[in-house]
Ligand binder design. Structure first.
Ligand code: HEC
Length: 143
């Protein structure tokens, strides 16, 4: 029994990792386009920058939207969670005031500035689709 228990845990760990990898898409797989992020930069400047700062590093009450602390807030959550959070509470002085496309564009911009790669498919604007894309702070090992 002394040997069997660690082996059991090792096996469970492997199964868990395999499950997480097959569970859906990742923010590291190129889930938005550069064009979309560029549009999002314009939205950001108009609707977010006054509070969160032109360089996304926060001002006053508004936290940074770039860097380790921001990404670790959302680590293990989904892009859908982040999308809904932004759509329902931001801009803080006028929530839900933008179109779903604008929210998707600004989210693409946030993903780009935080170092997640662009791809060929634009970011979806449907929360239920975005809920299948996981956010992980660390890039997963190549499959
Ligand atoms: C009037 C000021 C203001 C504006 C404009 C604004 N925000 Fe915020 N935002 C805040 C404040 C204050 C907080 C912290 C309080 C809270 O969490 O609601 C916050 C929190 C956030 C968070 C959570 C950060 C985290 O670490 O989890 C995100 C994401 C965010 N804002 C995105 C945006 C985006 C995108 C826009 C533009 C569409 C925007 N905000 C516009 C003031 C603002």
């Amino acid at each position: 029994m002394k040997i069997a228990l660690p082996i059991l845990f090792a096996a469970l760990g492997l199964a868990g990792a395999a499950l997480a990898q097959s569970a859906g898409k990742s923010v590291w797989q190129g889930i938005y386009t550069t064009e979309q992020a560029d549009r999002g930069a314009g939205v950001y400047a108009q609707r977010c920058g006054a509070c969160h700062g032109a360089a996304l590093n926060g001002t006053g009450e508004a936290p940074p939207l770039i860097g380790g602390e921001f990404v670790s807030h959302w680590d293990t959550m989904t892009v859908g969670d982040l999308y809904d959070r932004v759509r329902t509470t931001m801009p803080q002085n006028d929530p839900m005031s933008m179109t779903r496309d604008e929210y998707a564009d600004v989210l693409a911009f946030l993903l780009k500035t935080n170092g997640f790669p662009a791809g060929v498919q634009p970011l979806d604007k449907r929360s239920e689709v975005l809920a299948t894309i996981g956010i992980t702070a660390e890039k997963p090992a190549d499959r």
